[in-house]
Write a protein that binds this ligand. Structure first.
Ligand code: PEP
Length: 242
């Protein structure tokens, strides 16, 4: 049985010196094993550092965003092909922080997922509802709407993506969806898509095992706790099937 996929999202954290220590600790703690897959998504300027530190290890790396455009006059943007040159396996697209703070619409997220695939990357497409939407009973409709744009854009290539269900109210707040809530939302996603679905939202060593034991939870997208190698290692251990 394959283990679950654990992806760290450093967000806008890091620095050359501290990354060296973090990546070395990660690498030292993990050996190639079939039972799990691990990756870290780092800020663009540190992709070369992740590549240098993690090449040949069991740990993959990726970006936290890519442009929806392939090339051209898009000052400040980074193309998926550029990211791919640094050996990335993954690119997170449509993180709720980008949807909320950078105006990314469902269609833009879909275009980013397509651009990532075109460049040979695996897009990790984030979906999830706000607290207001959950309280209004709209979780299923929101998640399906966000996915529909991606499905329409990717067609049969949709099978190559990973989805991360990240309820917005649980990201960086310390509030985690109960395992039952996570399972319910993941089941909705799996009713329209046969791809791995990660749970994200304040995953920590003390709640990882229960979340990851849900049948439709195929792994975790981990923000804050991924900056601490011991916490990430503990979450990864929770992802190994017993
Ligand atoms: C995230 O950044 O995708 C995330 C889930 O963050 P946190 O684990 O800190 O809630």
């Amino acid at each position: 049985m394959r283990g679950k996929l654990v992806v760290g999202n450093w967000k806008m954290h890091g620095g050359l010196r501290q990354n060296d220590a973090l990546l070395a600790d990660l690498r030292a703690g993990w050996q190639p094993a079939d039972a799990r897959e691990i990756a870290v998504c780092v800020p663009f300027p540190y992709l070369w550092q992740a590549q240098a530190a993690l090449s040949g290890s069991a740990i993959a790396w990726g970006a936290q965003n890519v442009s929806e455009h392939p090339i051209g006059a898009h000052t400040g943007e980074v193309a998926a092909t550029m990211v791919a040159e640094f050996g990335c396996r993954y690119a997170i697209v449509g993180h709720s922080e980008r949807r909320a703070m950078h105006g990314e619409t469902d269609d833009v997220v879909a275009a980013k997922a397509a651009a990532a695939l075109d460049a040979g990357l695996v897009p990790i497409v984030c979906v999830g509802e706000t607290l207001e939407q959950r309280q209004a009973g709209e979780t299923k409709a929101i998640v399906l709407r966000q996915l529909a744009a991606v499905i329409a854009r990717l067609g049969t290539r949709m099978a190559q993506m990973v989805v991360a269900y990240e309820p917005v109210w649980a990201i960086g707040t310390g509030k985690t969806a109960t395992p039952q809530l996570a399972q319910e939302a993941h089941a909705v996603i799996k009713s329209v898509l046969d791809v791995p679905v990660l749970y994200g939202g304040s995953v920590k060593p003390d709640n990882a095992a229960e979340l990851l034991s849900q049948p439709s939870v195929d792994g975790a997208l981990v923000g804050g706790a991924s900056l601490d190698p011991e916490s990430l290692a503990a979450i990864c251990r929770a992802a190994i099937p017993s």
